[in-house]
Design a protein. Structure first.
Length: 201
């Protein structure tokens, strides 16, 4: 684990080590739980898509053990002398609860008393497209996921987007911006595929 511009930088090995520590500490407390991971951490674990992320976006269950889980995150933060405990957070749930639906995850592996699940590629893609953050990895991660899912057309991509997008709480201007992001990302995806085909000719 490194620091870059006062921000924690986590790679795949760090993520696995941190999950292992959480699982062991849960076992010491004789507690069990599950963690569903999305975002950059999910990309790192599933596809080695990018080596670095700043946090582990996740949701812990069951709720009755959430106090123990947060206590464990605080313990690890102190033991590793980290600046804060945001390296493992559930911030994404505030966004997903309002704007995303039908998100699915699959079992990844167990770390002692912690079962880890990772959001499935289609759900990850939908979240990345709906987030539509210009100064982030959302576009490059979306393209990686589109390649994984072998997306063939903008209609296919739009179908995935529409299946998961909840627009009721989003301002119409934001909806237009998000849909523009989807279109622009598909164009970039096509350009990458065309470039790869030319190289392989």
């Amino acid at each position: 684990m490194q620091m870059r511009d006062d921000e924690i930088v986590i790679d795949k090995d760090d993520i696995i080590q941190l999950l292992s520590e959480i699982g062991k500490k849960l076992a010491k407390r004789k507690q069990f739980g599950s963690l569903t991971i999305c975002g950059g951490a999910a990309m790192a674990l599933l596809f080695n898509a990018r080596d670095l992320t700043s946090d582990i976006d996740s949701q812990f269950r069951p709720n009755e053990n959430i106090h123990d889980f947060k206590s464990i995150v605080d313990e690890i933060t102190q033991e590793r002398n980290l600046p804060d405990n945001h390296w493992c957070n559930d911030d994404y749930t505030m966004f997903s609860d309002d704007y995303c639906t039908d998100l699915k995850s699959k079992f990844y592996r167990s770390f002692d008393n912690l079962d880890v699940f990772i959001m499935e590629p289609e759900s990850l893609l939908a979240m990345k497209l709906i987030s539509a953050r210009p100064k982030s990895h959302d576009r490059s991660d979306s393209i990686t996921l589109m390649k994984e899912l072998k997306i063939q057309s903008i209609d296919e991509l739009s179908e995935i987007f529409d299946r998961h997008f909840v627009s009721d709480k989003m301002h119409p201007d934001e909806v237009r911006m998000v849909k523009g992001f989807v279109s622009d990302t598909f164009e970039d995806y096509q350009k990458q595929l065309s470039s790869k085909k030319r190289i392989n000719i």
